[in-house]
Design a protein around this ligand. Structure first.
Ligand code: HEM
Length: 514
């Protein structure tokens, strides 16, 4: 009797295991049929069973060297084709976009992250994207630049206070850049100034840091969840703390009350002002009962998820960290940048730094471009194939359901387009210079903000923020590498850069001159 029961349980376990393995291997063969070289998959854990131990950008560069500009791999059970060829990037991300309309459905282990603009599908994405473009117009960006400059100036003051008698302070760079970036983005998105970020009781700041990966180490369960996505809940890519949405709701409610108090007599259209993300959310909440929102499934969660756009500060912060690093290891480039800033800002603008100033600094712009070439913070823009597709010459066949990625760290190091691709050479972005002449120009060889209708909606805001931040910081400080400066990324993360602590010295320039 006991033996029979054991036999039944054993048989069930075998059937369940077989089904799971069949499920994990379901897509095997899809890539081989597409006609691309494939990173050989393991029995049921895909091509990268130890994904949590690998820094993904290093992997992309290595695979580009091994396989060339196109290769496939199974990320767990998901077939992925990586394309580094700029003509293919144009075809897939732009020209034949009706075959590659969406990103894959979000699986972050939290419905609220799955609803951010990046992962919304079809019509719902189109509606939310169109609604938000108002926040990123040229006029709005000019309006934000004052708030960004104020945030950067406050940050510089804090750094100054931390300097020793020789005007020097050692900075955990990524942490410091989180502060300047978050403060800037909080001011332009919600009109709030970020206070006391270093105070442990600042739960909002801590919540955001956790969302961006602080304290998160990926383990083998995370790699396993790629083969069995239902495990994402147990091994999420991001942690979301209740305090974040509570704070967003509080900001929206406060703004709504302010409006009711200040403009009760105004007609409805005039109440619908949209100066920032908070206004946008207040206006949108008023439409929750509309037939269109209902049809598209736009709910309170969808709207609150858009507030998570502030997490784009992660990319500003990464870029600020990387530019500080590159300038510290290239002192002559930093010197040249200082010269440009001093000459133009003092000479032409009488010390004023605003939107107009930063657009007249070509070397600053080139340093930012070169940083985003070597270290693009969003590492793998992707699209999901929504309709079978064949390339014009018929050699590449992509099946519906396959994910296509452009692994930017490899794309931007393609020696066919970039001379000495590993070197930090801002001049390659300055027309007429020798370095510029040496690179082969292709509009899709350098795409840190992605390509096509789903490219980065915040591109102009991002560039403005970086220019203002770097400008204000570098006017006051010189950045120096330390004996223990080391650039190390955390392994496992599939979309963004996550840093191990990296220390640099910031030295006041004015004191050097005195
Ligand atoms: C240096 C800073 C930034 C970089 C390098 C960057 C890069 C990118 C990239 C590569 C994509 C994917 C594009 C594609 O798939 O073709 C993207 C998407 C997106 N970015 Fe940015 N980004 C930055 C800053 C920002 C900022 C400041 C915001 C907003 C406040 C923002 C909001 C978004 C959104 C909402 C999407 C999804 C767009 C959609 O699916 O329609 N980004 N970004």
């Amino acid at each position: 009797m006991i033996l029979t029961a054991f036999g039944i349980l054993f048989s069930i376990a075998v059937v369940v295991a077989a089904c799971l393995i069949l499920y994990a291997r379901w897509n095997y063969g899809v890539l081989e049929a597409a006609g691309v070289p494939v990173v050989k998959p393991t029995f049921f854990l895909g091509s990268v069973p130890n994904l949590h131990q690998k820094v993904q950008t290093d992997e992309d560069i290595r695979r580009f060297q091994e396989y060339g500009p196109i290769w496939g791999l199974y990320e767990g059970r998901t077939p992925i084709i990586n394309v580094c060829d700029p003509d293919l990037i144009r075809a897939i991300f732009l020209k034949d976009v009706d075959h590659f309309y969406d990103r894959r459905v979000g699986h972050f282990g939290d419905a609220r992250i799955d609803e951010i603009l990046d992962y919304l599908p079809g019509e719902k994405w189109k509606k939310m994207r169109k609604m938000q473009t108002i926040l990123f117009s040229s006029g709005k960006i000019r309006q934000y630049s004052k708030q960004l400059a104020d945030a950067a100036t406050d940050f510089v003051e804090t750094l100054r206070k931390r300097c020793d008698n020789n005007g020097r302070t050692t900075v955990s760079t990524r942490d410091a850049m989180d502060i300047i970036s978050l403060d800037g983005i909080a001011r332009v998105s919600f009109g709030v100034k970020l206070e006391n970020v270093e105070d442990p009781s600042n739960r909002f700041y801590k919540g955001l840091k956790r969302l961006l990966g602080e304290g998160l180490e990926y383990d083998s369960l995370y790699s396993l969840s790629m083969a069995f996505p239902f495990l994402h809940k147990l091994a999420p890519s991001f942690h979301i703390e209740p305090v974040l949405f509570d704070t967003f709701k509080e900001i929206i409610n406060t703004r709504r009350t302010q409006r009711l108090n200040s403009s009760s007599e105004l007609p409805h259209e005039e109440k619908q002002v949209c100066n920032d993300l908070a206004d946008f959310l207040v206006n949108s909440f008023d439409n929750l009962d509309s037939a269109e929102f209902k049809r598209l499934g736009i709910t309170e969660t969808t709207l609150l998820a858009q507030a998570l756009n502030v997490t784009a500060l992660d990319m500003i912060s990464s870029s600020m960290t990387m530019i500080s690093y590159y300038l510290s290891i290239n002192p002559s480039i930093q010197e040249k940048l200082h010269e440009e800033l001093d000459e133009i800002i003092d000479g032409k603008f009488n010390g004023r730094i605003d939107s107009e100033t930063v657009h007249q600094l070509p070397y600053l712009s080139a340093c930012i471009d070169e940083t985003l070439r070597l270290a693009p913070p969003l590492i793998r823009p992707e699209r999901c194939c929504t309709k079978d597709w064949t390339s014009l010459d018929g050699t590449l066949k992509i099946k519906k359901g396959t994910v296509v990625m452009s692994p930017l760290w490899a794309v931007h190091r393609n020696p066919k387009y970039f001379n000495e691709p590993e070197k930090f050479i801002p001049e390659r972005f300055i027309p007429g210079t020798e370095s510029w002449e040496k690179d082969v120009k292709h509009p899709y060889a350098y795409t840190p903000f992605g390509v096509g209708p789903r490219n980065c909606i915040g591109m102009r805001l991002a560039i403005e923020t970086l220019k203002i931040n770097v400008c204000i910081l570098l006017r006051q400080f010189r950045i120096e590498k330390r004996y223990n400066t080391e650039l190390n990324f955390k392994p496992g993360m599939l979309f963004l850069l996550q840093f191990r602590p990296m220390y640099l010295d910031f030295i006041e320039r004015r004191r050097e001159v005195e």
